[in-house]
Design a protein around this ligand. Structure first.
Ligand code: PGA
Length: 248
């Protein structure tokens, strides 16, 4: 059985003081959660968030990781730095990184290998743009992102994939649950063909893109959907908790 995982992606929101406040509000609301709960916070919030989540079931995530151990990479943060703070998860290849910061399948692959080497659990994002969707290229794009992004990966135990159609991120538009399930099914099948049935069966694949309290239950009811990567709705404790507690 795959344990569902609901992860908040705070993006570039919340100062350290605001992070502490949000976590304090969130803790009591998710303490009985059935899914795994993760918050992926800005680098400058990591230490304060780590302290704030102490003794709770909330896990700490970052939003990127450098592919090198250390050195002349201005602006980058290494896996060792993240590990020392107590980071467990790391988002890699988010579409905003791909769109605004030149992230490619190749750089995603490098970061992914580094995360795995250093014992961080990667949440790797894939997804098509509206243009690609309208041109009926969704599966082709996903195939490329998965085969190149996960090149030379042999062990998927600690990996989570987040399927995030770019047109659904922050737009209020959600893929229908059936649609998301079907596309995630395509990804799972591709993993099965490439890495084997066991890997595909155990791999957790989240949906992301305008997931909110009102649609979480329907999305989570889908056979292939094992969780969510939540942007906007993770910035309010009540909304994020309502998604985490979608079953209640
Ligand atoms: P959203 O963002 O929930 O605000 O659409 C999701 C994401 O980008 O991870």
């Amino acid at each position: 059985m795959r344990k569902p995982i609901i992860a908040g992606n705070w993006k570039m929101n919340k100062t350290a003081a605001e992070a502490e406040k949000l976590i304090d509000e969130l803790k009591p609301l998710v303490k009985k959660s059935k899914p795994e709960v993760v918050v992926c916070v800005p680098y400058t919030d990591l230490a304060a968030t780590k302290k704030a989540i102490e003794g709770s079931n909330i896990k700490l995530g970052a939003q990127n990781v450098a592919w090198a151990d250390s050195g002349a990479f201005t602006g980058e943060i290494s896996a060792e730095m993240l590990k020392e703070i107590g980071v467990e998860y790391v988002i890699i290849g988010h579409s905003e990184r791909r769109t605004y910061f030149g992230e490619t399948d190749e750089s995603v692959n490098l970061r992914l290998h580094q995360a795995l080497k250093c014992g961080l659990k990667p949440i790797v994002c894939v997804g098509e743009t509206l243009f690609e969707r309208e041109k009926k290229r969704t599966n082709k794009v996903l195939k490329r992102q998965v085969l190149e992004g996960f090149k030379d990966v042999t062990d998927f135990t600690d990996i989570v994939i987040a399927y995030e159609p770019v047109w659904a991120i922050g737009t209020g538009k959600t893929a229908t649950a059936e649609d998301a399930n079907k596309t995630i099914g395509y990804i799972r099948n591709l993993v099965k063909k490439t890495w084997g049935a066991d890997t595909a069966k155990n791999l957790r694949i989240q949906y992301g893109g305008s997931m909110k309290p009102s649609n979480a239950k329907e999305l989570m009811a889908m056979r292939n959907i094992d969780g969510g990567l939540i942007g906007g709705a993770s910035l309010k404790a009540e909304d994020f908790a309502a998604i985490v507690n979608y079953k209640d």
